[in-house]
Design a protein around this ligand. Structure first.
Ligand SMILES: *Cc1c(COP(=O)(O)O)cnc(C)c1O
Length: 334
């Protein structure tokens, strides 16, 4: 019985064809700018998303950090969601390593930040205050897709108020596939975008930061400083390129699997939040403590939480989803 791991879409294994692409990758020393595969990935993604330049980095955390540090100096401030990954799940890196003060804003249920609240949080030019420099959004945000007209409004407001706009697009492609638009329809509104190759796209490692030539040059210096300059990194970039060229459209399968899972759990009487992409959130309440062990006995890995997150990905097939539904039915009557 193969393990079904629903904790995250980070748990995917590289496919056989992806491993072949990694084996065949031409390599060089990327710190010298001489890894042809890394260079190809950076040029390819910058082009695809409509930016001048891009930078391959080991993780999404580093990609966001470099983006924030490239936009903001010490004593600057960025506005961010209270539940955003950059604020809550990255060890406070922007503050610790960048001396950038976060100004968190409570998010809306659709995953956006109310732009009126954001505007109200922008500090006046006064030496008492940190300088508000940047707004950081996340898309998808806990599986929710930010509407394109919202992004256009965020672009307009940030331009008007002199702020830069960064996207934590760890799951950018889930949003694009869900909307049925090229990813650049989303990224055109931003000054910088961080994309994870290691989530639903299925690469083992890697993220890419995209932006202007000047911003990426700054980020490249910062990448070296934080120890992210990698050498024959093309072996990893090859996996990312393969994912971008072959494993984007299949995200629709993950979304369909999540939708089916959500519908069936709801049918079984669970309280399930509306599903948009590859995440199903289930309110377990006081039974949260029992779920992990119960599912583990049935070969299903979940993280125990009162608001349980189930994530579909390329290693969870339709048969796997049926097994999960059966296990939840058993848990219900247990
Ligand atoms: C996973 C994730 C990141 C960071 O990626 P790592 O590669 O795990 O550092 C950033 N933002 C979001 C929304 C994520 O889900």
């Amino acid at each position: 019985m193969p393990l079904i791991d629903l904790r995250s879409d980070t748990v995917t294994q590289p496919t056989a064809a992806m491993r072949e692409a990694m084996m065949a990758a031409e390599l060089g020393d990327d710190v010298y700018g001489e890894d042809p595969t890394v260079n190809r990935l950076e040029v390819w993604l910058a082009n695809e998303l409509g930016f001048e330049a891009a930078l391959f980095v080991p993780t999404g955390t580093m990609s966001n950090l470099l983006g924030l540090m490239a936009h903001c100096e010490r004593g600057d401030e960025y506005i961010v969601g209270q539940q955003a990954h950059t604020y809550k799940y990255e060890g406070g890196g922007a503050a610790v390593l960048g001396s950038i003060q976060p100004q968190p804003i409570e998010g809306e249920t659709n995953g956006s930040l109310d732009l009126a609240k954001v505007e109200a949080a922008i500090k006046q030019d006064d030496f008492h205050f940190a300088r508000t420099r940047l707004l950081a959004l996340e898309n998808t945000m806990q599986g929710k897709v930010l509407p394109l007209d919202y992004l256009a409004a965020a672009r307009e407001m940030t331009r008007r108020r002199g702020l830069s706009l960064h996207l934590d697009g760890a799951r950018l492609y889930n949003a694009a596939v869900k909307l049925g638009v090229p990813a650049r329809e989303i990224t055109q509104h931003f000054d910088s975008v961080s994309v994870c190759l290691s989530k639903g796209l299925g690469a083992p490692v890697g993220s890419v930061l995209c932006g202007s030539t000047a911003l990426i040059a700054k980020a490249r210096r910062l990448r070296k400083m934080v120890g992210g300059g990698m050498r024959q990194a093309g072996v990893l970039a090859a996996a990312g390129l393969y994912a971008l060229q072959h494993q984007v459209q299949r995200l629709a399968e993950d979304h369909a699997n999540a939708t089916r899972l959500g519908e069936e759990l709801s049918e079984l009487g669970y309280s399930v939040e509306p599903v948009q992409t590859n995440m199903v959130y289930v309110q377990l309440g006081e039974r949260a403590g029992q779920i992990k062990g119960f599912m583990a006995e049935r070969g299903i890995a979940v993280s125990a939480a009162p608001r349980l997150r189930l994530v579909t990905h390329l290693d969870v097939g339709t048969a796997g989803v049926e097994r999960v539904i059966e296990a939840f039915a058993a848990f219900r009557s247990h």
